[in-house]
Design a protein around this ligand. Sequence first.
Ligand SMILES: NC(=O)c1ccc[n+]([C@@H]2O[C@H](COP(=O)([O-])OP(=O)(O)OC[C@H]3O[C@@H](n4cnc5c(N)ncnc54)[C@H](O)[C@@H]3O)[C@@H](O)[C@H]2O)c1
Length: 254
Amino acid sequence: MTHPVDGKVVLITGAASGIGAATARLAAARGAKVIATDIDGEGVTAVAGEIGGHGLVHDVTDPAQWDAAIAAAVAHHGRLDGLVSNAGIVNYEPIIDLDMELFRSLVRVQVEATFVGLQKAVAQMRAQAGDEPAQGSIVVNASVMANEVAPGIASYATVKAAIANMARAVGVELGRNGDFIRVNTVAPGPVRTPLLEGAIGMEAMQDPASWGDVPLGDPSEPEDIAETILFLLSEESSFMTSAQLVVDGGWSLT
Ligand SMILES: NC(=O)c1ccc[n+]([C@@H]2O[C@H](COP(=O)([O-])OP(=O)(O)OC[C@H]3O[C@@H](n4cnc5c(N)ncnc54)[C@H](O)[C@@H]3O)[C@@H](O)[C@H]2O)c1
């Protein structure tokens, strides 16, 4: 039986590692044509080689590199059906002490990049539709921190709230405009990736006490989030737009 993402052309940012790499692997395994992009050229080339997709160096803060990434999808497969706006960085310093440039880098990688990616992907989806309503699915990877606050994570929570609300607003705007381009957000809790490990340290990562607040008992695996992203990319979620799916093992309710 074919999966609903079978044959879809999907651009995934931050695909060299963690959730992006897991999504690229799962999408390819389910028959999608994957354009995997990342600022880490070596990493993304390895992932793309493994899955038989196309790998591209793509710094999401650079609008010209967005043009090149979307052009690559069109050159290889003639169109773009889906975008997973996933690349991200984190900062765990108290916001009151945070260096302005570090704050700006979070804004650039999350807020500006999501803005540019949405604009460029929608432009391509409209262009390829001709006189028909544009079709497509865009998934923004935010975080439960879009809805929560915790000490030391205010800058990350700020930019994640911004992109979650941006996605919500754009979904409504597009629907009202007659585009059938759905925009949804995934909001993961703790996920076992290099980003989380870098933020809290390997020891805390491996200590079960760190996850006492997660009703399901552990951080999720990147594959858990990838499954949700594939659902949002596919026609299985065909009447969902401007929605947010929280995947956190119940953590944000404790
Ligand atoms: N790990 C978690 O606990 C968790 C929880 C909620 C949300 N998220 C979000 O999931 C997304 C993926 O994170 P992850 O945990 O897989 O981390 P990760 O560090 O494993 O992967 C992030 C990828 O983004 C890439 N990247 C960073 N800056 C970039 C840029 N300017 N241009 C292009 N690529 C860039 C990195 O090279 C890396 O490959 C992020 O947006 C993160 O905020 C993670």
